[in-house]
Design a protein around this ligand. Structure first.
Ligand code: UDP
Ligand code: MG
Length: 323
Protein backbone atom coordinates (compact mmCIF):
# COMPACT_ATOMS: atom_id res chain seq x y z
CA UNK A 1 0.00 0.00 0.00
CA UNK A 2 1.40 3.40 -0.97
CA UNK A 3 2.17 5.71 1.95
CA UNK A 4 -0.12 8.71 2.06
CA UNK A 5 1.94 11.87 1.61
CA UNK A 6 1.77 14.23 4.55
CA UNK A 7 3.14 17.65 5.34
CA UNK A 8 5.21 18.67 8.35
CA UNK A 9 6.45 22.06 9.57
CA UNK A 10 9.73 21.85 11.47
CA UNK A 11 9.51 24.90 13.73
CA UNK A 12 12.83 26.17 15.06
CA UNK A 13 13.10 29.14 17.46
CA UNK A 14 16.33 31.02 17.10
CA UNK A 15 17.80 33.57 19.45
CA UNK A 16 21.44 34.47 18.84
CA UNK A 17 22.39 31.04 17.53
CA UNK A 18 24.71 32.10 14.68
CA UNK A 19 27.42 29.73 15.94
CA UNK A 20 25.29 26.61 15.70
CA UNK A 21 22.95 27.56 12.81
CA UNK A 22 25.11 26.37 9.84
CA UNK A 23 25.52 22.89 11.39
CA UNK A 24 21.86 22.84 12.41
CA UNK A 25 20.65 23.82 8.96
CA UNK A 26 22.80 21.15 7.31
CA UNK A 27 21.29 18.50 9.61
CA UNK A 28 17.76 19.85 9.20
CA UNK A 29 18.13 19.79 5.39
CA UNK A 30 19.31 16.19 5.56
CA UNK A 31 16.32 15.40 7.74
CA UNK A 32 13.98 16.97 5.15
CA UNK A 33 15.35 14.63 2.43
CA UNK A 34 15.00 11.59 4.71
CA UNK A 35 11.43 12.62 5.53
CA UNK A 36 10.65 13.09 1.81
CA UNK A 37 11.83 9.53 1.15
CA UNK A 38 9.34 8.34 3.76
CA UNK A 39 6.41 10.29 2.29
CA UNK A 40 6.54 13.48 4.37
CA UNK A 41 6.95 16.87 2.69
CA UNK A 42 8.62 19.00 5.34
CA UNK A 43 9.23 22.74 5.52
CA UNK A 44 11.78 24.25 7.88
CA UNK A 45 10.24 27.27 9.62
CA UNK A 46 12.73 29.44 11.47
CA UNK A 47 11.44 31.95 13.99
CA UNK A 48 14.07 34.60 14.56
CA UNK A 49 13.21 35.83 18.03
CA UNK A 50 14.84 39.25 17.72
CA UNK A 51 18.41 37.92 17.44
CA UNK A 52 21.12 40.54 17.79
CA UNK A 53 23.96 38.48 16.25
CA UNK A 54 24.43 37.27 12.67
CA UNK A 55 21.49 34.83 12.88
CA UNK A 56 18.99 37.00 10.89
CA UNK A 57 21.33 37.29 7.87
CA UNK A 58 22.13 33.57 7.96
CA UNK A 59 18.45 32.69 8.10
CA UNK A 60 17.62 34.95 5.15
CA UNK A 61 20.28 33.12 3.16
CA UNK A 62 18.75 29.75 4.10
CA UNK A 63 15.34 31.08 3.04
CA UNK A 64 16.54 31.51 -0.55
CA UNK A 65 16.21 27.73 -0.95
CA UNK A 66 12.80 26.15 -1.42
CA UNK A 67 11.22 24.52 1.61
CA UNK A 68 12.48 27.11 4.09
CA UNK A 69 10.67 30.11 5.51
CA UNK A 70 11.71 32.59 8.13
CA UNK A 71 9.64 34.81 10.40
CA UNK A 72 11.55 37.67 11.96
CA UNK A 73 9.88 38.84 15.15
CA UNK A 74 10.06 42.57 15.85
CA UNK A 75 12.08 41.99 19.05
CA UNK A 76 12.94 39.25 21.51
CA UNK A 77 9.62 37.93 22.82
CA UNK A 78 10.95 34.75 24.44
CA UNK A 79 11.00 31.11 23.45
CA UNK A 80 7.32 30.42 24.26
CA UNK A 81 6.18 33.35 22.09
CA UNK A 82 8.50 32.26 19.26
CA UNK A 83 7.06 28.73 19.34
CA UNK A 84 3.54 30.19 19.17
CA UNK A 85 4.50 32.35 16.18
CA UNK A 86 5.61 29.19 14.36
CA UNK A 87 2.51 27.31 15.39
CA UNK A 88 0.15 30.08 14.24
CA UNK A 89 1.90 30.14 10.87
CA UNK A 90 1.57 26.40 10.39
CA UNK A 91 -0.81 24.99 7.79
CA UNK A 92 0.81 21.55 7.59
CA UNK A 93 -0.66 18.26 8.78
CA UNK A 94 1.90 18.13 11.58
CA UNK A 95 4.27 20.46 13.42
CA UNK A 96 7.40 19.57 15.35
CA UNK A 97 9.36 21.97 17.55
CA UNK A 98 13.14 21.89 17.69
CA UNK A 99 15.90 23.88 19.40
CA UNK A 100 18.47 25.38 17.05
CA UNK A 101 21.41 24.18 19.17
CA UNK A 102 21.20 20.51 18.07
CA UNK A 103 20.24 19.41 21.58
CA UNK A 104 17.15 17.86 20.02
CA UNK A 105 18.58 15.27 17.60
CA UNK A 106 16.82 15.80 14.23
CA UNK A 107 16.74 12.05 13.49
CA UNK A 108 14.26 11.61 16.36
CA UNK A 109 11.79 13.51 14.17
CA UNK A 110 11.76 10.54 11.75
CA UNK A 111 10.68 8.26 14.61
CA UNK A 112 8.14 10.80 15.82
CA UNK A 113 6.64 11.11 12.34
CA UNK A 114 6.32 7.32 12.06
CA UNK A 115 4.46 7.28 15.38
CA UNK A 116 2.22 10.16 14.25
CA UNK A 117 1.40 8.27 11.06
CA UNK A 118 0.30 5.36 13.23
CA UNK A 119 -2.46 7.65 14.54
CA UNK A 120 -1.02 9.66 17.42
CA UNK A 121 -1.85 13.38 17.59
CA UNK A 122 0.71 14.27 20.27
CA UNK A 123 4.19 12.75 20.29
CA UNK A 124 6.28 13.80 23.29
CA UNK A 125 10.01 13.34 23.30
CA UNK A 126 11.26 12.46 26.76
CA UNK A 127 14.89 13.18 27.66
CA UNK A 128 16.55 9.92 28.62
CA UNK A 129 19.51 11.66 30.23
CA UNK A 130 18.61 15.14 31.34
CA UNK A 131 21.00 17.87 30.29
CA UNK A 132 22.48 20.63 32.45
CA UNK A 133 24.21 20.76 35.81
CA UNK A 134 23.18 18.77 38.88
CA UNK A 135 21.47 21.80 40.41
CA UNK A 136 19.54 22.45 37.22
CA UNK A 137 18.41 18.83 36.94
CA UNK A 138 17.31 18.85 40.59
CA UNK A 139 15.33 22.09 40.03
CA UNK A 140 13.75 20.59 36.90
CA UNK A 141 12.68 17.43 38.72
CA UNK A 142 11.29 19.41 41.68
CA UNK A 143 9.39 21.68 39.30
CA UNK A 144 7.66 18.87 37.40
CA UNK A 145 6.83 17.03 40.61
CA UNK A 146 5.50 20.22 42.22
CA UNK A 147 3.43 21.19 39.19
CA UNK A 148 1.94 17.70 38.93
CA UNK A 149 0.84 17.95 42.59
CA UNK A 150 -0.72 21.42 42.46
CA UNK A 151 -2.25 21.24 39.00
CA UNK A 152 -3.47 17.65 38.96
CA UNK A 153 -2.08 17.58 35.41
CA UNK A 154 -0.21 14.33 34.81
CA UNK A 155 2.85 15.91 33.21
CA UNK A 156 5.47 13.67 31.66
CA UNK A 157 8.45 14.33 34.00
CA UNK A 158 11.22 14.82 31.44
CA UNK A 159 9.14 16.09 28.53
CA UNK A 160 10.95 19.04 27.05
CA UNK A 161 9.86 21.56 24.47
CA UNK A 162 10.59 18.93 21.82
CA UNK A 163 7.28 17.49 20.62
CA UNK A 164 5.24 16.80 17.53
CA UNK A 165 1.54 17.64 17.19
CA UNK A 166 -0.99 16.70 14.54
CA UNK A 167 -3.63 18.83 12.83
CA UNK A 168 -6.43 18.31 15.40
CA UNK A 169 -4.13 19.61 18.15
CA UNK A 170 -2.74 22.42 15.96
CA UNK A 171 -6.35 23.53 15.29
CA UNK A 172 -7.15 23.65 19.01
CA UNK A 173 -3.95 25.57 19.79
CA UNK A 174 -4.46 28.00 16.90
CA UNK A 175 -8.13 28.73 17.54
CA UNK A 176 -9.14 27.87 21.06
CA UNK A 177 -6.18 28.28 23.39
CA UNK A 178 -5.26 31.93 23.06
CA UNK A 179 -4.20 32.78 26.61
CA UNK A 180 -1.07 34.90 26.92
CA UNK A 181 0.50 33.26 29.95
CA UNK A 182 1.41 29.99 28.36
CA UNK A 183 3.48 26.91 28.81
CA UNK A 184 3.22 25.07 25.52
CA UNK A 185 4.77 21.81 26.65
CA UNK A 186 2.08 21.65 29.36
CA UNK A 187 -0.72 22.64 26.97
CA UNK A 188 0.09 19.87 24.50
CA UNK A 189 -0.34 17.43 27.38
CA UNK A 190 -3.46 19.15 28.68
CA UNK A 191 -5.40 18.96 25.38
CA UNK A 192 -5.70 15.18 25.46
CA UNK A 193 -5.97 13.31 22.12
CA UNK A 194 -3.94 10.17 21.38
CA UNK A 195 -0.53 10.65 22.92
CA UNK A 196 2.72 8.71 22.53
CA UNK A 197 6.02 9.19 24.30
CA UNK A 198 9.43 8.53 22.74
CA UNK A 199 12.80 8.68 24.50
CA UNK A 200 15.89 10.43 23.26
CA UNK A 201 19.27 11.34 24.65
CA UNK A 202 19.72 15.09 24.77
CA UNK A 203 23.02 16.10 23.26
CA UNK A 204 25.10 18.82 24.90
CA UNK A 205 24.59 22.28 23.45
CA UNK A 206 26.61 22.47 20.20
CA UNK A 207 27.87 25.99 20.93
CA UNK A 208 26.99 29.09 22.88
CA UNK A 209 25.22 29.02 26.22
CA UNK A 210 21.70 28.20 27.29
CA UNK A 211 19.45 31.25 26.98
CA UNK A 212 17.59 30.15 30.07
CA UNK A 213 19.45 31.36 33.12
CA UNK A 214 18.08 30.68 36.57
CA UNK A 215 15.93 33.84 36.60
CA UNK A 216 14.25 32.88 33.33
CA UNK A 217 13.69 29.33 34.52
CA UNK A 218 12.00 30.79 37.58
CA UNK A 219 9.82 32.91 35.24
CA UNK A 220 8.92 29.77 33.26
CA UNK A 221 7.99 27.94 36.47
CA UNK A 222 5.84 30.92 37.54
CA UNK A 223 4.06 31.05 34.15
CA UNK A 224 3.49 27.30 34.21
CA UNK A 225 2.00 27.54 37.70
CA UNK A 226 -0.22 30.50 36.76
CA UNK A 227 -1.31 28.69 33.59
CA UNK A 228 -2.20 25.41 35.24
CA UNK A 229 -3.08 25.91 38.87
CA UNK A 230 -4.91 28.13 41.32
CA UNK A 231 -3.77 26.01 44.26
CA UNK A 232 -1.27 28.65 45.54
CA UNK A 233 -4.22 30.97 46.16
CA UNK A 234 -5.60 28.43 48.60
CA UNK A 235 -2.42 28.59 50.69
CA UNK A 236 -4.00 31.64 52.38
CA UNK A 237 -6.76 29.43 53.83
CA UNK A 238 -4.24 26.92 55.11
CA UNK A 239 -2.23 29.76 56.66
CA UNK A 240 -5.39 31.21 58.22
CA UNK A 241 -6.36 27.87 59.81
CA UNK A 242 -2.80 27.26 61.08
CA UNK A 243 -2.71 30.78 62.52
CA UNK A 244 -6.05 30.24 64.24
CA UNK A 245 -4.66 27.11 65.94
CA UNK A 246 -1.54 29.02 67.02
CA UNK A 247 -3.77 31.83 68.30
CA UNK A 248 -5.89 29.36 70.35
CA UNK A 249 -2.78 27.70 71.83
CA UNK A 250 -1.33 31.12 72.72
CA UNK A 251 -4.61 32.16 74.33
CA UNK A 252 -4.72 29.03 76.48
CA UNK A 253 -1.05 29.45 77.47
CA UNK A 254 -1.34 33.19 78.25
CA UNK A 255 -4.70 33.03 80.03
CA UNK A 256 -3.57 29.94 81.96
CA UNK A 257 -0.42 31.76 83.09
CA UNK A 258 -2.43 34.80 84.07
CA UNK A 259 -4.89 32.57 86.01
CA UNK A 260 -2.01 30.94 87.86
CA UNK A 261 -0.55 34.36 88.67
CA UNK A 262 2.47 33.86 86.38
CA UNK A 263 1.64 35.70 83.10
CA UNK A 264 4.14 34.92 80.29
CA UNK A 265 6.36 37.75 79.12
CA UNK A 266 8.97 38.05 76.39
CA UNK A 267 9.82 40.76 73.94
CA UNK A 268 11.82 38.33 71.74
CA UNK A 269 8.93 35.90 71.36
CA UNK A 270 6.50 38.65 70.45
CA UNK A 271 8.87 40.22 67.93
CA UNK A 272 9.71 36.89 66.27
CA UNK A 273 6.07 35.96 66.12
CA UNK A 274 4.85 39.24 64.67
CA UNK A 275 7.62 39.50 62.08
CA UNK A 276 7.06 35.89 60.98
CA UNK A 277 3.33 36.59 60.58
CA UNK A 278 4.06 39.79 58.64
CA UNK A 279 6.42 37.87 56.31
CA UNK A 280 3.76 35.22 55.70
CA UNK A 281 1.18 37.90 54.94
CA UNK A 282 3.43 39.63 52.44
CA UNK A 283 4.20 36.29 50.81
CA UNK A 284 0.49 35.58 50.39
CA UNK A 285 -0.05 39.09 49.04
CA UNK A 286 2.75 38.40 46.55
CA UNK A 287 1.03 35.22 45.35
CA UNK A 288 -2.24 37.12 44.97
CA UNK A 289 -0.34 39.84 43.09
CA UNK A 290 0.98 37.31 40.57
CA UNK A 291 -2.52 36.12 39.74
CA UNK A 292 -3.92 39.67 39.56
CA UNK A 293 -0.99 40.67 37.33
CA UNK A 294 -1.79 37.76 35.05
CA UNK A 295 -5.42 38.91 34.80
CA UNK A 296 -4.31 42.45 33.90
CA UNK A 297 -2.00 41.02 31.26
CA UNK A 298 -4.74 38.87 29.76
CA UNK A 299 -7.23 41.78 29.86
CA UNK A 300 -4.89 44.02 27.86
CA UNK A 301 -4.99 41.40 25.12
CA UNK A 302 -1.76 42.53 23.48
CA UNK A 303 -0.28 40.18 20.89
CA UNK A 304 2.07 37.54 22.27
CA UNK A 305 4.53 38.28 19.42
CA UNK A 306 4.80 40.62 16.42
CA UNK A 307 6.10 39.46 13.05
CA UNK A 308 8.20 42.24 11.52
CA UNK A 309 9.02 40.53 8.22
CA UNK A 310 8.96 37.14 6.57
CA UNK A 311 11.27 35.55 4.07
CA UNK A 312 11.07 32.50 1.87
CA UNK A 313 8.21 30.42 0.72
CA UNK A 314 4.91 31.59 2.20
CA UNK A 315 2.70 29.07 3.89
CA UNK A 316 -0.07 27.88 1.56
CA UNK A 317 -2.79 29.42 3.69
CA UNK A 318 -1.15 32.86 3.37
CA UNK A 319 -0.90 32.44 -0.41
CA UNK A 320 -4.57 31.47 -0.46
CA UNK A 321 -5.50 34.45 1.72
CA UNK A 322 -3.60 36.86 -0.55
CA UNK A 323 -5.16 35.40 -3.74
N1 UDP B 1 15.24 30.89 22.27
C1 UDP B 1 14.36 31.82 21.72
N2 UDP B 1 14.10 32.97 22.42
C2 UDP B 1 14.63 33.22 23.65
C3 UDP B 1 15.48 32.24 24.22
C4 UDP B 1 15.75 31.08 23.51
O1 UDP B 1 13.85 31.63 20.62
O2 UDP B 1 14.37 34.29 24.21
C5 UDP B 1 15.54 29.67 21.50
C6 UDP B 1 17.01 29.28 21.47
O3 UDP B 1 17.68 29.89 20.39
C7 UDP B 1 16.94 27.77 21.31
C8 UDP B 1 15.64 27.41 22.06
O4 UDP B 1 14.87 28.61 22.14
O5 UDP B 1 16.81 27.37 19.96
C9 UDP B 1 15.89 26.87 23.46
O6 UDP B 1 16.76 27.73 24.17
P1 UDP B 1 18.03 27.17 24.94
O7 UDP B 1 18.70 26.12 24.11
O8 UDP B 1 18.87 28.32 25.33
O9 UDP B 1 17.34 26.52 26.21
P2 UDP B 1 17.73 25.14 26.93
O10 UDP B 1 17.81 24.08 25.86
O11 UDP B 1 19.03 25.39 27.60
O12 UDP B 1 16.58 24.90 27.87
MG1 MG C 1 18.86 24.06 24.15
Amino acid sequence: MATQRMTLDIIVSVYNEAASLPAFHAEATRLVSQLAAEGTDATIVYIDDGSADESPGLLDRFAAAPGVRVLHLSRNFGHEAAMLAGLDDCDADHAVFLDADLQHPPEVVLRAMAVARAGHDVVLMRREVASGSGLRRACNAAFYRGLAVISALPLEPDASDFFLVGRPVIDVLQREIRERTRFLRGLVQWVGFRRAVLSYTAAPRRSGRSKYHLGQLFGLARDATLAFSTAPLRVAFIAAISMLLVCLATAVYSLGGWWLGNPPSGYTTIMLFSTAVAAAQFALLGILGEYVGQLVDEAKGRPVYIVARRMGQAADHLVRRAA
